[in-house]
Ligand binder design. Structure first.
Ligand SMILES: *Cc1c(COP(=O)(O)O)cnc(C)c1O
Length: 410
């Protein structure tokens, strides 16, 4: 690679995943040679004469060099044309929905969507005139039946889903969405770009809660959008800037609504992204061992992990992912035993969220998915969700074994 004077302009697009995650957008600082992009804690930038911007930077809501580094790296990691970093995953989703929907439009949502995504679409966008239909995304015929041609502008996909780890066929759903003039959005938080590349499978835009695996250390909240090369707004829609280009529309809304990632958060998230591949390899091997342990355990009535042959989405997952990830859910047969297991672990920490190096356990019905209780998205009350961390797997298994014994007693 030649040494460019200006940061962020090396082309890493033909490099492998980890090379892109570690280098794209992160050329050494031209002024000092700093190997790591600095935290540019500045709100504004000196202009060399009115309108004489250095490197295009004017005001940090519009752009900040630390955020630019993260956005470039995320775009490279997902194989997209443009990345956008936000204050949270839901802020990213909110901006995307504002950019792509107008009153009277309709959205197809997964019937086991992330609770906060469902709440945003149903309870924030609903009153602004957006209708939605929850559907089982593993059933392509049901998705086709739910699409209202001319009205459906977004088909929202999560795969694997949270917390039931349902698997949807991205390529098939992308074709159906395109035929109806709708966008295919994939929330790639659970799989990560290391294990699944939705844009290459035909998605228009990828959503992330970078709070999870990309940040990876449970120390920062953030979100991202990555837009596919050439992606357009839903048929018939123009952005307020008069373009139909989806990345331009998202850029306009990111600046106009302003839910951006701050430079400290962008820096931490970028630090996490660099080690994503090695972390995911360990998350996955630990998760696989734990899934096998749980399958053989008589206090467990069922185990949900896309890597198991018994999982209904196993074949699709094996085709469209390069690994099955670090999330494992299981059922214990009663709410009391599920709650007892969640309260009895010592290595697994009882907490919401996922994707960090430390293992977490939770009861979705009462915790992460409490906001969807009583709706079609309600999850079983004997379900336990594990975010398997990267500790020594023998310690994780011993911890679960002891907790399951307490669950059985409950
Ligand atoms: C956490 C999460 C979100 C929301 O992200 P925040 O960073 O918490 O706003 C969206 N989708 C999925 C799959 C998540 O796990």
């Amino acid at each position: 690679m030649t040494n460019h004077a200006h940061p962020h302009d090396d082309d890493w697009s033909s490099a492998g995943f980890s090379t892109r995650a570690i280098h794209a957008g992160q050329d050494p600082d031209p002024a000092t040679g700093a190997v790591v992009p600095p935290i540019y804690a500045t709100s504004t930038y000196k202009q060399d004469g009115v309108g004489g911007l250095r490197g295009g930077y004017e005001y940090s809501r519009s752009a900040n060099p630390t955020r630019t580094a993260l956005e470039s790296a995320l775009a490279a990691a997902e194989g997209g044309a443009a990345g956008f970093a936000f204050a949270s995953g839901l802020a990213a989703e909110d901006t995307l929905l504002r950019a792509t929907l107008r009153p009277g439009d309709h959205v197809v949502v997964p019937n086991d969507a992330y609770g906060g995504t469902y709440r945003l679409i149903a309870r924030v966008f609903g009153p602004w005139g957006i209708e939605h239909t929850p559907v089982d995304l593993s059933d392509a015929d049901a998705v086709v039946a739910a699409i209202q041609p001319g009205r459906t502008k977004v088909v929202w996909v999560e795969t694997p889903t949270n917390p039931l780890l349902g698997v949807a066929d991205i390529a098939v759903l992308a074709a159906h969405a395109r035929a109806a003039g709708a966008l295919l959005v994939v929330d790639n938080t659970f799989a990560t770009p290391y294990l699944q590349q939705p844009l290459a499978l035909g998605a228009d835009v990828v959503v992330h809660s970078t709070t999870k695996y990309i940040g990876g250390h449970s120390d920062v909240v953030g979100g991202a959008l990555v837009v596919a090369d050439g992606a357009q707004l839903p048929v018939g829609l123009e952005s307020p800037t008069g373009t139909t280009n989806l990345a331009d529309a998202v850029r306009f809304h990111q600046n106009a609504s302003g839910a951006v990632a701050g430079p400290f958060d962008a820096w931490l998230t970028l630090r996490g992204l660099k080690t994503l591949a090695v972390r995911m390899d360990r998350h996955e091997s630990n998760a696989r061992a734990i899934a096998d342990f749980l399958v053989a355990h008589d206090a467990v009535t069922s185990v949900i992990y896309p890597g198991l042959d018994s999982h209904p989405g196993h074949e699709v997952a094996a085709r469209q992912m390069t690994g099955f990830g670090g999330m494992v859910s299981f059922r214990t047969g009663s709410e009391a035993s599920a709650l007892a297991v969640c309260g009895a672990t010592h290595v697994f920490t009882l907490a919401e969220s996922l994707g960090g190096v430390e293992s977490l356990i939770e009861h979705p019905h009462k915790m992460t998915h409490g906001s969807v209780a009583g709706t079609e998205l309600e999850v079983p009350d004997d379900l336990v969700r594990l975010s398997v961390g990267i500790e020594d797997v023998a310690d994780l298994i011993a911890d679960l074994d002891a907790a399951l014994a307490e669950g059985r007693a409950a």
